[in-house]
Write a protein that binds this ligand. Structure first.
Ligand code: BYC
Length: 485
């Protein structure tokens, strides 16, 4: 591979490609080189199961604005996972919290060491988890184009693990190295050593789930990385900045994947003049009702990833300068927030001693998980609007929607109650009776899985999804994106 010259170019002559001058720190280099075979073993054991010769992948080669990616067919086991931080701004200053205005930290302050480590470990834990969740999807890919996108997402999540492991090794000494080992020891869905956050222990058994995951759960990643990009700890900030570039493609996969599912279903509905779910299913597509159920599930599970509606953890992170707000620099306030209040979603007493879903005023600092979650929800709504536009253009009256914030929550203010997608509080009995209308049932899942017949032939596409409008990197849809083994 040719590498561009310049300050931010990755050095590919090294065992671990990097733009952090790894060769200048022999100890760190050795430590990471001894973690590398463990990573490769993990990839072998827990990564994609479909055997391939090579895949048309992009590899990061430069973090600058002038273009950062190289595209080419590579054997996945030879993918060059590396360490890339965005360009350093030597004058960068802390943008929020009690240290606002001070120079950004190049080392971890002792007093914040355990909190920073926790944030990095939680972030790092999600990356390999998603690879594990998606490992069997190759066998049922609807096209070679989709297969290639799956593998692109997988190798980049692997690289994001490298990004966090670099920080752990470089800045957290022995406990950082132990945490890096543990990131390979925990596994998605494992009974003994599960992944840390709930959504990352759920299965991704079919491609509808994959598109929902890359739309809703990767989007949580975008927002969490966005807040860590604001961090006073400069290496974390620079790492996250570059990860966000890669993340954009993952969400494109989800957004356009769901566009194509909705488009295909809408077409069958109009062509056959039917809104009957059974008929759509019989014709080999996914009924809108089922798409809505999957959406309800993935959105609500992803809301849980924001933590509680109120959280003292997040208040402490913010005040310390560890984790900021989404687009912190554009907020028009004092960036300390010690005196401000806000309303968060909450269970409140309706006056008759019974709880109801309402709002409660809290200090902005403790409500910051809610602040971020609201930004996320607004962004999620933009996808729903896209899919509804596809339905409107097909002259169909049906619409998709995001369920209420209290629906199907396992974390936060609504963890202990049940609510309908419209936000109606329900008894346990009512929930048991009605939830099969709102969340995928075994019958729904079995049907979706039955549609997942592999189409591994160049230029062909499965019947339940429309082809993409554009290929990858200017290539056509029928390009030979993947050579199977
Ligand atoms: N599951 O104070 P609270 C991505 C725990 S996705 C299980 O409300 P806090 C990606 C919590 O740990 C982005 N446990 O939470 C996407 C705490 O435990 P302790 C991942 C949970 O700390 C696709 C307790 O409950 N990155 O990148 O304010 C593919 C009280 O919680 C959960 C990050 O999340 C849960 N869902 O907020 C690949 C960023 N939620 O301390 C990748 C780093 C909470 O009482 N993490 N708990 O033992 C954070 O910023 C925060 O830790 C959280 C939680 C937002 C996760």
């Amino acid at each position: 591979m040719t590498t561009p010259s310049g300050a931010n170019a990755a050095d590919y002559s090294e065992k671990i490609p990097n733009n952090v001058d790894l060769h200048e720190d022999r100890r760190l280099q050795r430590a990471l080189e001894s973690w590398q075979p463990n990573f490769l073993n993990w990839w072998q054991d827990m990564g994609p199961t479909l055997p391939t010769k090579d895949v048309y992948l992009r590899t990061a080669i430069n973090v600058g604005r002038e273009g950062w990616a190289h595209f080419g067919h590579v054997a996945m086991r030879d993918y060059r996972w590396g360490i890339f931080l965005a360009e350093r701004d030597p004058g960068r200053r802390i943008g929020f919290g009690q240290h606002i205005g001070e120079p950004a930290w190049q080392q971890v302050p002792g007093e914040y060491r355990s909190e920073l480590r926790r944030l990095i470990v939680i972030q790092g834990d999600t990356e390999p988890a998603s690879v594990e969740q998606q490992r069997n999807l190759g066998a049922t890919a609807p096209s070679l184009y989709d297969l290639r996108n799956l593998f692109q997402v997988n190798v980049e999540e692997g690289r994001h693990l490298w990004a966090m492991v670099y920080l752990l090794h470089a800045y957290f000494g022995r406990d950082g190295r132990e945490e890096a080992e543990d990131l390979l020891r925990r596994n998605s869905g494992s009974a003994d050593a599960p992944r840390i956050l709930g959504a990352f222990n759920e299965e991704t058994p079919d491609w509808l789930s994959f598109f929902m995951f890359t739309y809703f759960t990767d989007r949580d990643g975008k927002y969490q990385l966005g807040t860590l990009k604001e961090s006073a700890f400069d290496p974390l900030s620079r790492t996250c900045e570059f990860m966000l570039k890669e993340e954009a493609h993952h969400m494109m996969v989800g957004t356009t994947g769901l566009d194509r599912v909705v488009e295909r279903t809408a077409r069958l509905m109009t062509e056959n003049d039917t809104d009957d779910a059974a008929e759509i299913a019989a014709r080999g597509a996914i009924p809108l009702e089922v798409i809505q159920k999957y959406l309800n599930f993935h959105y609500s599970v992803s809301l849980d990833l924001f933590g509680g509606e109120t959280s003292t953890n997040v208040a402490n992170y913010y005040s310390a300068g560890l984790k900021g707000r989404w687009l912190e620099g554009r907020r028009k306030d004092d960036h300390k927030l010690t005196a401000d209040g806000m309303f968060v979603d909450a269970l409140v007493d309706a006056g008759d001693g019974k709880p109801s879903i309402g709002r409660a005023e809290v200090s902005v600092l403790t409500g910051l998980n809610t602040d971020l979650r609201r930004e996320y929800t607004a962004d999620c709504q933009s996808g729903v609007n896209r899919w509804n536009k596809i339905l409107a253009e097909a002259a169909l009256p049906q619409r998709l929607q995001l369920p209420h914030v209290a629906f199907n929550r396992k974390v936060g203010a609504f963890a202990g109650i049940e609510a309908s997608p419209d936000g109606e509080l329900l008894s346990a009995e009512a929930w048991a009776a009605r939830s099969p209308h709102w969340l995928p049932t075994d019958v729904d899942k079995t049907h979706v899985r039955s549609l997942m017949q592999p189409v591994h032939e160049r230029g062909k596409i499965a019947a339940w999804i429309a082809p993409p409008r554009n290929g990858i990197n200017g290539k056509p849809f029928d390009y030979d994106y993947v050579h199977l083994a």
